[in-house]
Design a protein. Sequence first.
Length: 94
Amino acid sequence: MVLRRYAQALLELATTAGAVERVQRDLNALAAKIQADERLALQLESPRVTRAQKRELLANALGAGQRDLVRSTVLLLVDKGRASLVPGLASVFE
């Protein structure tokens, strides 16, 4: 339910910016990176990893060239203590 709200807000912003397809591709790429990197996935779920560390991990995973909308949404999830939800964002966004 919570993730759906973030996805809906992101969809509205992406629609306004004319970037829905690009945002979907970026979300899918990020989800694939997290799924392929078990250590990253575990770190996002770990309460021992600080929010600042999770922000850095995800910023690195996003890499350069990712839409600011995706980066902002993902980092907002981290700031709200919901980093473990990031991998599911792509499937809810669809």
